[in-house]
Design a protein. Structure first.
Length: 338
C-alpha cells in the first residue's frame, strides 16, 4: 500500500513532512527526523495518535500541506487520508488547499476525508459556514473515516453527504510501549491532568484522598507557575507515569476519545476514573467520576491481585483488538467508498 496522510497544518507548526522507512522516520530529503517536544512522537522509532498512520505501511508518508503549498512532492500513491480543518471556509487565504489539488496531483489514489477534529459537544452551530464547508469537503472525497466507533456524533454530516462513513481507530504501537514501559509497577498513583482546565476536575483531590487513606504514594507531573504544559518530552513523560500501577484521570467530559487511556493500557497500568470514550472501552469498571464507586474498586484491586491482573489483561485484549497496527490495517482494508 502506497499511503500518505496529508494535513493542512496552518499555524500549528511542530511536525514537518516525513517518510517512514524500515520503522524509522526520515524527512523528505532522506535525513533522520525526530520532532522533539511535540505531541507527535516518542522518538524516531515510535510516533503516536494520528501521526502513526504512515507507520502502518513501510514507505508511508506524512505531508504537512502548509510546508509545500502548491508544490506537493511527486509520489505514486494508492490511498490518501486527507485532513482539511484549519482552512475550512478560508479559501481566500489558502487557495492551494483544495481536494481538486490533491486529486490532480495524485490521480491514482483514493482520497478519504479524515474527520480528525470536530466539536461533538453541545451546543453545535450546524449553520456555521465552517460546518457547511466541511460538508462540501466530504462530498468531494471518495469516502470518510472517523476515529469514533459510533456515528451519532457525525449524523448531521452523514445525512448531508452521499459518502459512507467508516470507523478507523488511531493506531497505537502497543508492542513498542509494552516492551519499553511494561512489566512490574510501583504500588503508586499517577495523578494525570490534561491540558484543558475543564478536564482536570477533582483528579488531584481524589488522588490525595486515596493516597492518605490507604498509604499509597502519589506522583504528579511537575508544573511551575507560567511553565509551558508541554515542557517535558513525551518520552520522559511516559517514563514517569508508566512506573505507577494506578493512573488517576477523572476527566468528566464524555465527548473526548481519551487517547491517554490507550497509552495506559499498553504499559500494563490501571486507569481509574473519567468518562472519555476509551475509558469505557478499556476500563469499564472504573469509567466513572463517582468517587464512591472508584474507591470501592481501588480497595478490591488492593486486596486481590487476581482482580488487578484481570483488569490489565482485559484492557490489553481490547487494546489489541481495536488499536494495534494489525487491527487498524484491517479496518483500512474494509473502508467502504461511494
Amino acid at each position: 500500500m502506497k499511503f500518505a496522510l496529508i494535513q493542512d497544518m496552518i499555524g500549528s507548526g511542530g511536525v514537518n513532512s516525513y517518510r517512514v522507512k524500515d520503522n524509522l522516520a526520515y524527512d523528505l530529503d532522506g535525513n533522520p527526523y525526530d520532532p522533539e517536544f511535540t505531541p507527535a512522537a516518542v522518538n524516531r522509532n515510535c510516533y503516536i495518535s494520528t501521526y502513526n498512520y504512515p507507520w502502518l505501511y513501510d514507505g508511508g508518508y506524512f505531508i504537512n500541506w502548509e510546508q509545500h503549498k502548491s508544490d506537493l512532492p511527486d509520489l505514486n500513491l494508492d490511498l490518501i487520508f486527507l485532513v482539511i480543518e484549519r482552512t475550512l471556509n478560508r479559501q481566500d487565504e489558502f487557495s492551494w488547499v483544495k481536494v481538486e489539488t490533491i486529486r490532480k496531483k495524485y490521480p491514482n489514489a483514493k482520497i478519504v476525508a479524515f474527520l480528525k477534529e470536530i466539536w461533538v459537544g453541545e451546543p453545535y452551530d450546524y449553520e456555521h459556514p465552517k460546518n457547511k464547508a466541511r460538508v462540501d469537503f466530504i462530498n468531494k472525497c471518495d469516502g470518510v473515516i472517523m476515529n469514533r466507533p459510533e456515528l451519532k456524533e457525525f449524523k448531521y454530516l452523514s445525512d448531508r453527504t452521499d459518502k459512507p462513513f467508516n470507523f478507523v481507530a488511531q493506531p497505537h504501537n502497543i508492542d513498542y510501549f509494552y516492551d519499553r514501559w511494561g512489566g512490574d509497577k510501583d504500588l503508586a498513583i499517577w495523578a494525570y491532568i490534561p491540558c484543558g482546565m475543564e478536564r482536570r476536575a477533582n483528579t488531584y483531590e481524589f488522588a490525595d484522598y486515596i493516597s492518605k487513606k490507604y498509604n499509597i504514594p502519589v506522583r504528579y507531573k511537575p508544573l511551575e507557575t507560567n511553565q509551558r504544559f508541554d515542557y517535558m518530552s513525551l518520552e520522559e513523560f511516559v517514563t514517569q507515569w508508566s512506573s505507577c500501577l494506578f493512573h488517576f484521570n477523572l476527566d468528566p467530559i464524555d465527548y473526548f476519545p481519551g487517547k491517554q487511556a490507550v497509552h495506559v493500557a499498553s504499559v500494563g497500568s490501571i486507569n481509574i476514573g473519567g468518562v472519555n470514550e476509551n475509558h469505557s472501552l478499556l476500563y469499564s469498571d472504573t469509567a466513572t467520576c463517582d468517587t464512591k464507586i472508584l474507591e470501592d474498586r481501588i480497595v478490591e484491586y488492593l486486596e486481590d491481585e487476581t482482580k488487578r491482573n484481570d483488569v490489565i489483561i482485559n484492557a490489553w485484549k481490547k487494546l489489541d483488538k481495536v488499536f494495534s497496527f494489525d487491527s487498524v490495517r484491517k479496518q483500512i482494508e474494509g473502508i467502504k467508498y461511494e
